[in-house]
Write a protein that binds this ligand. Structure first.
Ligand code: AHR
Length: 370
């Protein structure tokens, strides 16, 4: 199929704008309508600043499985809507890679200028990204990562260091147990994210490693909760049937799973806390959404490691940069925080770097954007 090059697309858009402007001027003169001051101002404005080229961006989102995801969609949609030269075409992948691949192909057929991809899983993107590359459409991957045979298949990636997030959570747990003077066995269950997603891979790996480094830590259950509240609840119910009050720590790989786990634990008659002798269970979570932080402030979530969904302005800047002919950074990690109501740990030391642990206050909750 013949495809227009970027340059041809710009030329065609310019010709179209010229013809439309000429038709508008002709109509205004020919119709003899009396112009008032505001009409004049408007037409001058549109002649002086016609949008040279509307940049179209196909946005393939994973779905709406979590509060984080919905905040991320909103951030991207709002940031692009506020930019008058950009038009975003949104596609909801409904948690399925095949839908996201289909969306990429549709964007190629629509001849968009850019594709934004938040990939549900890391592998399986080579063919679709090759097709985009051959069509001359730059693909920006964000949040989760893609693992492809050739890195030139995408233009840039911006996202979280999910492994570091997991290390922060596990390091906090180790420090916390020391701070409360607990040196006994620790039975941990892991409610994982969607299998194959970078957020799951990094967070699970950090926990697996921490367990192998701490001889008293035992990973007694590990199952996917798909990053959703309902699956998180369901998995926690199963784990409680299997292990009952022998569970000490529940490592939830996102806030929605933590909401579900807290419901299941409470419903089963157990308490959240660190009195392990009384069968209390400690919850660790990721994302730090408003609701997640509210539960952290209440002490229901012991530590919440942030994963920011606010990508909209960052992605707009990246495309502006590319429109200006600049090359964006190929890989960018965003900075993230960690929150707890426990004030005994002010910061953590990981691989020679320090990370602050912020206390959750009402002020922080009021200001939280997602
Ligand atoms: O990829 C980011 C993860 O995906 C977030 O932790 C989670 O909430 C989301 O669904």
């Amino acid at each position: 199929m013949y495809r227009k090059t970027r340059r041809e697309k710009h030329k065609i858009t310019g010709v179209t704008i010229f013809l439309l402007s000429a038709a508008l001027l002709f109509c205004m003169a020919g119709c003899g309508r009396k112009e008032d001051a505001s009409d004049e101002a408007e037409s001058t404005l549109s002649q002086d600043n016609p949008p040279e080229h509307i940049v179209t961006i196909g946005f393939s989102q994973i779905g709406s499985e979590s509060d984080w995801r919905m905040a991320s969609t909103k951030s991207v949609q709002e940031a692009f809507a506020a930019h008058e030269g950009f038009e975003l075409i949104y596609n909801d992948g409904q948690q399925k890679q095949e839908n996201q691949i289909k969306a990429i192909r549709e964007f190629i057929d629509q001849d968009v200028d850019y594709i934004l991809l938040d990939p549900c899983v890391e592998t399986g993107w080579d063919s679709a990204l090759l097709e985009a590359k051959e069509a001359g459409i730059p693909v920006i991957v964000y949040d989760r990562e893609v693992v492809v045979s050739d890195n030139s298949l995408y233009t840039a990636w911006i996202g979280s260091d999910f492994y570091l997030e997991g290390k922060k959570a596990c390091t906090w747990l180790r420090e916390y147990l020391q701070a409360i003077g607990y040196y006994g066995d620790v039975n941990i269950v892991d409610i994982q994210g969607t299998f194959g997603a970078s957020a799951q891979i990094g967070r699970s790996r950090a926990l697996d490693e921490a367990v192998s480094e701490n001889s008293r830590w035992h990973l007694i259950g590990q199952e996917t909760g798909d990053f959703t509240t309902s699956k998180g609840r369901e998995v926690m119910e199963e784990m409680l049937i299997q292990h009952g009050g022998n569970i000490n720590v529940v490592y939830c790989e996102n806030d929605n799973e933590a909401y579900g786990a807290i419901e299941a634990i409470t419903k089963a008659g157990y308490k959240i806390g660190s009195d392990f002798a009384a069968h209390e269970m400690l919850i660790l979570s990721f994302d730090s959404t408003s609701e997640g932080l509210r539960l952290t402030k209440e002490g229901k979530i012991a530590v919440n490691t942030e994963c920011s969904p606010l990508y909209g302005p960052r992605l707009v800047r990246m495309i502006e940069q590319m429109e200006a002919g600049e090359k964006p950074e190929f890989r960018t990690y965003i900075e993230e925080e960690q929150f707890s109501a426990f004030t005994g740990i002010g910061s953590l030391r990981i691989d020679g770097d320090s990370y602050f642990v912020t206390r959750v206050t009402d002020e922080l909750l009021d200001e939280r954007e997602y």
